[in-house]
Design a protein around this ligand. Structure first.
Ligand code: PGA
Length: 256
């Protein structure tokens, strides 16, 4: 099923106010690609400023707490993200799974909290190199999808309205310059799709599955043209307009 391509920049822990100029340049460039959904997830500290300065692209967070508010020093809730103007939140990124010990059940709870706050979600999954070498990539990723996607009535509604996305990001491809082979990406996206349809029924076809892991201007066209790839979650190559806009262009070129 064709989806509107979704190209999301994950700035991770990069970006001070000086980088808002890049966001503005990305938003200006984005205007040339009306058939592509484009978004940036800057650090929490820049979400408000970015939202105030750019209206042409989506703006999101990189994590949220499961609670709406309370005694959770250092955390930020989905309601707070929505309040500052965020449209979505990335959840379960492998860096959070690893650095913060986040597991599937917590990620599902966060995703359901985010939907309750009116945000869209991008739930991340992906296998390690050891898991791939052991022939377990599909089983691991299928289990992560089963365990961490949002469920319930709110999720069904969000799926129907395109507010749920999954990012397949092999851990060994993130920030390494090593990209998954297109045939492996196709196979993994098919495995993710099967689990989405198992969970959501036919509506599971509506969920966009993004590929992430060392996407750049040189490889974006091939990856985005691959069967089942609905967009890209881009880290390093989203930090400047010069690096990011060619990826958006590759998505735009693939349409129609
Ligand atoms: P990368 O990061 O593009 O720098 O590999 C992708 C991600 O972690 O989302």
């Amino acid at each position: 099923m064709p989806h509107r391509p979704y190209i999301v920049g994950n700035w991770k822990m990069n970006g001070t106010r000086a980088m808002l100029a890049e966001a503005r340049a990305i938003a200006r460039g984005a205007a040339r690609y009306p058939d592509v959904d484009i978004a940036l997830a800057p650090p929490f500290t820049l979400i408000g400023a970015l939202r105030a300065e750019v209206s042409e692209i989506g703006v999101g967070g990189q994590d949220c707490h499961v609670a709406v508010k309370g005694a959770h020093t250092g955390d930020v809730s989905a309601a707070m993200l929505a309040d500052i103007g965020a449209d979505f939140v990335i959840l379960g990124h492998s860096e959070r799974r690893k650095d913060h010990g986040e597991g599937d059940a917590l990620i599902r709870a966060k995703a359901e909290a985010a939907l309750a706050a009116g945000l869209g979600v991008i739930v991340c999954v992906g296998e390690t190199l050891e898991e791939r070498d052991a022939g377990k990539a599909e089983a691991i990723v299928s289990g992560q999808v089963d365990g961490s996607i949002p469920l319930g009535d709110a999720a069904a509604e969000a799926v129907a309205t395109g507010k749920v996305a999954v990012a397949y990001e092999p851990v060994w491809a993130i920030g390494t310059g090593r990209v998954a082979a297109v045939e492996d990406v196709v196979a993994m996206h098919a495995a993710v799709r099967a689990r989405l349809v198992a969970a959501y029924g036919e509506a599971g076809e509506k969920v966009r599955i993004l590929y992430g892991g060392s996407v750049n201007a040189g490889n974006a066209a091939d990856l985005l043209a691959a069967e089942g790839v609905g967009g890209a979650l881009v880290g390093g190559a989203s930090l400047t307009a010069d690096a990011f806009l060619p990826i958006v262009a590759a998505a735009g070129a693939g349409e129609g």
